[in-house]
Design a protein around this ligand. Structure first.
Ligand SMILES: [Zn+2]
Length: 317
């Protein structure tokens, strides 16, 4: 029995799964603001998972963690995390192993999303693909020639911090013009907010009278044909398309798969992304690449984290 935990900038998602990938139970929490509170949330998620699934905690062989940010997978340290800023060279694995007395393995959150898709894709349709996770930020993972690619220390494919505008907006990572400043859920909300005054009839005005503007609201209003909401999706899709054209030119993948919370809006994003890719990616690579959204995206990264715990416990690195 394995636990997989996906720690994002907004939410923590966890699954209890067996060796075959069967999910026995899932549980979520809102990401806390300090390392200590995040650790406490993880302990309580594992308690809930085992209690609800009527499984003894002693049956858990290992815990896999996917964490947003730059990590050292071998030492189990989160080096920095633009969207979970309380982690600075934080020894997450050592702390959790001490609290839980269970073996813990750390990977980047987008790498676990990629592993989750790879685990679920029983037919192994693709041997070389890139996963782009669209959420509060943007992450990435890749399977290359049938092997999960982790880079030198586990921080590969930080697609969200690819420069798409050399003199562009400042990013939390220290660079400027990063893709996630233009194409994430945060960028979607920022764009809509910045242009509200130009769209006095926008239905988004009614929504923000009661609540803070969210990506979900913009999605819902875009489906109702609100002009500003549609424009906001066009804006992020343009930059996402340019970023994905870069990825296609570098990896020559069979597929680019969109995951993360914002992938629920794939009907609004993917056709526009395909158009930009067709305009910008290189001939000979763009024609055959498949671009689509992952199904059941909400549990895929946590399942991937559980799979990574299984593999790394058995010595597959
Ligand atoms: Zn950045």
């Amino acid at each position: 029995m394995f636990v997989g935990i996906d720690i994002g900038g907004t939410n923590i998602k966890s699954v209890l799964a067996d060796e075959s990938g069967k999910i026995l139970h899932t549980c979520d929490a809102v990401t806390a603001k300090t390392p200590k509170l995040i650790n406490e949330e993880i302990v309580s998620l594992i308690d809930k998972l085992t209690l609800d699934a009527c499984v003894d905690k002693g049956e858990i062989e290992a815990v896999g963690i996917g964490a947003a940010g730059s990590i050292d997978r071998k030492r189990g340290v989160v080096i920095s995390s633009p969207n979970i800023s309380c982690w600075k060279s934080y020894p997450l694995v050592a702390r959790l192993e001490k609290i839980l007395s269970i073996k813990v393995f750390l990977e980047n959150d987008a790498t676990v999303a990629c592993a989750g898709f790879w685990f679920k894709d029983r037919k192994k349709n693709y041997k070389t693909f890139v996963m782009v996770t669209l959420g509060t930020g943007i992450g990435g993972g890749a399977v290359i020639d049938g092997r999960l690619f982790t880079g030198q220390n586990g921080s590969s494919l930080e697609i969200g911090h690819m420069t798409v505008d050399v003199n562009g907006k400042e990013c939390n990572c220290g660079n400027r013009g990063c893709l996630e400043k233009y194409a994430s859920a945060t960028a979607l909300v920022d764009y809509a907010k910045a242009h509200l005054k130009e769209y006095k009839d926008s239905s988004l005005f009614k929504r923000i009278k009661h609540d803070r503007l969210t990506a979900k609201m913009i999605y819902e209003e875009a489906l109702q044909k609100d002009e500003l909401a549609i424009k906001s999706f066009e804006y992020i899709s343009f930059y996402l398309g340019a970023g994905i054209a870069n990825i296609i030119n570098i990896f020559n993948p069979e597929a680019v798969i969109i995951g993360g919370g914002l992938s629920n809006a794939h009907k609004l994003i993917i056709p526009a992304v395909k158009k930009i890719v067709s305009d910008r990616a290189m001939k000979g690579m763009k024609e055959s690449v498949k671009i689509f959204a992952v199904k059941n995206q909400s549990v895929i990264p946590a399942l991937g984290a559980a799979k990574i715990a299984m593999d790394r416990l058995s010595g597959i690195d």
